[in-house]
Each structure stands twice: as structure tokens, then as C-alpha cells.
Design a binder for this molecule. Structure first.
Ligand SMILES: [Zn+2]
Length: 471
């Protein structure tokens, strides 16, 4: 039986995870649209998806994770209006679309690396898969799920018994879809229909275009995730993940076209991460500072502090960002690193107690397996650090838990980071030496002086007392 339960947006319940093939997991992640730096709000989603990925591996599953890179076709509106975000990025920076895609793809993975987000097993740019998109659209046309109008190919949502699979079917959802539909597309048969392939509309602006049976053009955004997922993970997908903004219309449309194409159910579990907010609502690029990993670094935060900040809260709750909370998190993180460093330094104090190790590991997996309760997982870590056991066992637990938490707990703490610890140690030694001298135990006093000297700490006796320098 699986140890992992989590909330499935499809059934709106916390469910036990059972993969299609025992022991194996196919996992698909909607990747970034590479027209700008990633906002830390989007990176919250990738951090929590990383926890999903790493927890499954920790629990013993063989995971294959695929991510697309949207380098064409993502319009500025989720309806089929507006400009292509990639084309906009290229115009803004006076570069070609492919230069923009390369630059921001590299920037995205550099941010991921700083946040210890594991690189997916397969990363596929949309522009690599044009023949697959065309094939799927051809089949959808043959099966009567798609139609040509005004030179574009649309998906006909009225052909489905149930289009609103992830949301509660309602006109409100429909209104969301058409909310910013400023120049309403008169070619659509139904309001919720979406474009699979563009030839005419916005054609002049499009730098990237390909031949197709319907004329030179470019794909819509939704089709790429269905095709890229099937290309690498087959016709049955275990878990599809993304941010909650993706539920409608993006994931709803993915399901519509995938299941119409396949003729059977496609994906069993849908995992969605909530927003990062600031006081007053959802963070956006249009108001205030544009929060990136580089901006956090320039303000003196290790990117891992942001990872820890995300882990302190549940992925299905909105998270409120503020620099005050980040400051608290920073000092909590530094303290945690020092504790871990001290344990590591003394980790040769015995054998690992396997019973203690196993019981903490059990509790850790229970926390994560219970809808990815990362704050509880951190609590288990803190309890392990305080547990009545030797440092060898604690160090083994730290290393084990950090394969999921990825807070760099095993790294050497930089010198200035341990100054106060070091100072406390030296002052204690000076005190012991003073005591020894008072008792005329000069051998001990000299031994203490030599012990410190061996660590590069030189004592100097003055009339005011003993001072030290670190060489
Ligand atoms: Zn997607």
C-alpha cells in the first residue's frame, strides 16, 4: 500500500496515490514561458512540485518527470487574444524570439539550481515538437472534435459530455475565459472553444511559423503539454502538476483534447499549488517590485531561505510574502545550519542507532505522505535535532531528511556564520585555563593554550585578562 496521500483536484479529495504501473510514476509539469525572469511566486510552485517529486523518490518510487518549455504560442491572455508573450519579450529586448527563449530558459534553470529544485528527467521545448502537435490536431479533426474557421483550427468544446472536469461547471468559469476577450473571436462556435493552430489571426506579429496541412502558422499553447506528455510518458499519465491558475483554462483544455484524442482517460491525479500573495492580494508583475531570486540575493537572502519559507506553509494555502517574514526565516535558517554543523562536527561519537533513525524516518515520511505536510516534516527534523540520542544518529537523520528538504544542511557553515559559536568555545577554554592556573596546574593551562594554538587561536595574557586573536 502506498504511503503517499494527497489532494487530487480532479476528485476534490485527499486520495491514496496508486500509480498505473506498480513502483513507477509518470509525472508531468507545466514548465515556464521563457519570456522573462521567473517571479518567486511561480517558483513557489516549482519548489512544491520538487517536494512532490522528491517525496515520491524518497518513498521508493521510480519517477520519470517531464517538463515543457513554452517558447511559442503562449498569448498574453489565457483566452485566444493578445500577443504571443515570446514575441512581446523579443520586441521589448530587441532580440530574436529564439535568443529570448535561450536566455530565459538558462535563467530559469539557474534559479532552480539555487533553490535546489531537481532538474526534470526530460525538458522539452515546444518548438521541438511541431510534428506531434500537427498529428494530434489532425486526429482531432478526423474524429470531429476540431473545426477550421477563419483559417484557424479550434477545439469544439460542445462535442464533449463534460468539458469542465477540474472545475465545477458554471457560467462563472466561462466568464473567466472570456473576461479579457477584448476583440472577441467571431470564428468560434462556442465561447469556450480554444485555438489548436493559428494561421491567420495575429499572423503578422509571429516570428516563428511552420508549414501545416492548414497553412503556415503556429500552435496554440494548450496543445503542447498534451503532446509533450504523451511523447515521453505514454497514453496514461499518473500525475500532472502546475499552479492553480493553470486549472482553468489550461489544464481543462489539456484534458479535453487529450482524452478526445486518446478515447480514454488520460491522467489520474492533478496536483496544484496555490498563489504567493502580498498584503492586499496576488502578487503580479505590474505592481511593486518584480520579485526574483536575484533580487532576494541582492538583499542578502540565501535563495534557500526562500525555499524554507515555502516549506513552512502548506502548498494548498495561499502564502503571504513579506521581508519581515523573510528576516525571521533567515535567522531561523542560520540557527538551523549552526546546529547541523555542530552535530556534524561531533558525529564520530558512536554508532548510528538504527531504531531511533527508523522511527524518525517513519514520522518524516508520514508527514510528507499526508498531503505533503512540509511544515510537519520540518517539525520532525527539529525534534530529531533535540532528541536524546548521539550525534552520529542525528547526523544520519539530517543527511537523510535533506534529500527531500534540500536545505543544504550538510554544507560547511561559512566562517562568519559560526563566529558566535567559536567565540563561546574560546571563552570557555580561557575560563578553564584561568581556573587551572589558579590551581597551579600549569600543565593543563599550557595544554589548553596549545590546543587553541593548533586551531590558529593565539592567546595573549594582559593585565586586563586574556585576549585572543584568530590567525
Ligand atoms: Zn501545461
Amino acid at each position: 500500500m502506498s504511503r503517499i496521500k494527497f489532494y487530487n483536484t480532479m476528485t476534490k479529495k485527499v486520495e491514496e496515490f496508486v500509480p498505473n504501473v506498480e513502483g513507477k510514476v509518470s509525472l508531468y509539469t507545466c514548465g515556464p514561458t521563457v519570456y522573462h525572469f521567473a517571479h518567486i511566486g511561480n517558483l513557489r510552485c516549482y519548489i512544491m512540485e520538487d517536494i512532490l517529486d522528491r517525496t515520491l523518490r524518497y518513498a521508493g518510487y521510480d519517477v520519470k518527470r517531464v517538463m515543457n518549455i513554452t517558447d511559442v504560442g503562449h498569448l498574453t491572455s489565457d483566452a485566444d487574444t493578445g500577443d504571443d508573450k515570446m514575441v512581446e519579450g523579443a520586441k521589448r529586448e530587441h532580440k530574436t524570439v529564439m535568443e529570448i527563449a535561450k536566455y530565459y530558459t538558462d535563467a530559469f534553470f539557474s534559479d532552480c539550481e539555487k533553490l535546489n529544485i531537481r532538474r526534470p528527467d526530460v525538458i522539452e521545448p515546444a518548438t521541438n515538437c511541431i510534428p506531434e502537435f500537427i498529428h494530434m490536431i489532425e486526429v482531432l479533426l478526423e474524429k470531429g472534435y476540431a473545426y477550421k474557421a477563419g483559417e484557424n483550427i479550434y477545439f469544439d468544446t460542445s462535442k464533449l459530455d463534460k468539458y469542465y472536469t477540474l472545475t465545477n461547471s458554471s457560467d462563472d468559469d466561462l466568464m473567466v475565459a472570456v473576461r479579457d476577450d477584448v476583440d472577441e473571436d467571431v470564428n468560434k462556435r462556442n465561447k469556450a472553444d480554444f485555438v489548436l493552430w493559428f494561421t491567420k489571426s495575429k499572423f503578422e506579429d509571429q516570428a516563428l511559423k511552420w508549414d501545416s496541412p492548414w497553412g503556415v502558422g503556429y500552435p496554440g499553447w494548450h496543445i503542447e503539454c498534451s503532446c509533450i506528455s504523451m511523447k515521453h510518458l505514454g497514453e496514461k499519465l499518473d500525475i500532472h502538476c502546475g499552479g492553480i491558475d493553470n486549472i482553468f483554462p489550461h489544464h481543462t483544455n489539456e484534458i479535453a483534447q487529450s482524452e478526445s484524442f486518446l478515447g480514454h482517460k488520460w491522467c489520474n491525479y492533478w496536483f496544484h499549488v496555490h498563489h504567493l500573495n502580498e498584503k492586499g492580494g496576488k502578487m503580479s508583475k505590474s505592481k511593486g517590485e518584480f520579485l526574483t531570486v536575484s533580487l532576494l540575493e541582492s538583499k542578502g537572502y540565501d535563495p534557500i531561505v526562500y525555499r524554507m519559507f515555502c516549506l513552512q506553509s502548506h502548498y494548498r494555502k495561499p502564502l503571504e510574502f513579506s521581508y519581515d517574514v523573510m528576516d525571521n526565516m533567515k535567522s531561523a535558517y542560520e540557527k538551523l545550519l549552526k546546529t547541523a554543523a555542530r552535530i556534524k562536527e561531533n558525529a564520530n561519537d558512536g554508532e548510528v542507532d538504527n531504531g531511533v533513525f527508523a522511527s524518525f524516518k517513519d514520522r518524516f515520511l508520514d508527514a510528507l505522505g499526508n498531503d505533503f505536510n512540509t511544515s510537519m516534516a520540518l517539525t520532525v527534523l527539529y525534534e530529531a535535532l533535540k532528541a536524546d540520542t548521539n550525534n552520529a544518529t542525528k547526523y544520519a537523520i539530517i543527511k537523510d531528511f535533506d534529500t527531500v528538504l534540500c536545505l543544504n544542511l550538510d554544507k560547511e557553515v561559512e566562517k562568519e556564520g559560526i563566529d558566535s559559536e567559536l567565540e563561546a568555545y574560546i571563552l570557555k577554554k580561557i575560563e578553564e585555563r584561568k581556573e587551572a592556573k589558579k590551581n597551579k596546574d600549569f600543565a593543563t593551562a599550557d595544554a589548553i593554550r596549545d590546543e587553541l594554538a593548533a586551531k590558529g587561536i593565539v592567546l595573549k595574557d594582559t593585565r586586563e585578562g586574556t585576549t585572543y586573536t584568530i590567525g
